[in-house]
Write a protein that binds this ligand. Sequence first.
Ligand SMILES: Nc1ncnc2c1ncn2[C@@H]1O[C@H](COP(=O)(O)OP(=O)(O)OP(=O)(O)O)[C@@H](O)[C@H]1O
Ligand SMILES: [Mg+2]
Length: 263
Amino acid sequence: MAGENRGIKLKIQNVSKNYDARNAKVTALNQVDLEIRENEFVCVIGPSGCGKSTLLNIIAGLIEPSQGKVFLDGEEIKGTGKERGVVFQQYALFPWLTVLENVKFGLKLQRLPDKEATEIAMRYIKSVDLEDFVNAYPKELSGGMKQRVAIARAYAVNPEVLLLDEPFGALDAQTRAQLQTELLNTWQTEKKTCFFITHDVDEAILLASRIIIMSARPGRIKQILDVDIPYPRTQETKNSAKFLEMKAEIWNEVYEEYLAVIK
Ligand SMILES: Nc1ncnc2c1ncn2[C@@H]1O[C@H](COP(=O)(O)OP(=O)(O)OP(=O)(O)O)[C@@H](O)[C@H]1O
Ligand SMILES: [Mg+2]
């Protein structure tokens, strides 16, 4: 049994999720099966409402599936765990804590001594260029800055699995490019497994070793594509012939699903 799971970090087995909306039942996910290998970088792309965040929250252990199971290293997950770090679509900061205190939060939960927690937090705050704002409160920051704090907080606890829900969606193009590069470096040097949701085809190709295209609600996996472009990748990778070829292919697939939503 253990041998079967070797190299598989996350296994999503027959996962469905129904929500009870006011008058009707909403099927957000319908029988999703997926295996994610250790150190893989998976990007998930699909139209609004197709269940991407629902799937991420189930993997994070924040919500329970209506049916099916999720395994981490071969063990069924029960709730959240420090081996899985989450960056939410909406920066979820504590408004009453400063930037430094927000980033230190998870480290304090792990009972790290204050001095050490501060050192680690400062390192990650610097990596997102916010050292001038360590003592600011979230309300004093722009949306992009708040999201950078949320990213620093997730990286600081050094989880094996990073679950990122459109983490760069609200950022300006320069910051976005900088954080993409930073994330690729972190992923390569620290051997993390990444599950990354995006609406941006370019971002998905630049980052992912595999791209999961989801169909319009109820969310199912429509297609899985290997991104056959070697790492290390840089922003220049976006100009390569292979990249542009994949972009055209993925656009067609994804566009069909977006049309299914608006029709
Ligand atoms: N707590 C909830 N209660 C009821 N319905 C919900 C709840 N959360 C999500 N849904 C519904 O489930 C479906 C999937 O939602 P989800 O947030 O997972 O989509 P998404 O793919 O992340 O969309 P987006 O790209 O807009 O973030 C939607 O139809 C949504 O309305
Ligand atoms: Mg979402």
